[in-house]
Design a protein around this ligand. Structure first.
Ligand SMILES: [Zn+2]
Length: 73
């Protein structure tokens, strides 16, 4: 678990396994430089995200089991 400092989570179910491909994420670990990138706007399947550290852009894929996959664009 990443360290959250009083992070507001209104409608963020902790056990998101039933969400499957519709699951949304608030942060990701960059596949290129391994930096953790917190995102204010949650992202999900089909979104495009950018690493703040190395500048890499990634296409988000969320599998049916709710696992995050990032593909370098
Ligand atoms: Zn990066």
């Amino acid at each position: 678990m990443p360290i959250d400092q009083n992070y507001e989570e209104d409608d963020d179910p902790k056990d998101g396994s039933s969400e499957g491909a519709s699951r949304r994420f608030g942060d990701f670990d960059c596949p290129e430089c391994n930096a953790n990138n917190p995102y204010d706007d949650k992202f999900g399947n089909g979104d495009e995200i950018r690493c703040y550290y190395c500048g890499g852009e990634f296409r988000v894929t969320v599998t049916d089991s709710g696992r995050l996959k990032l593909k370098l664009m």
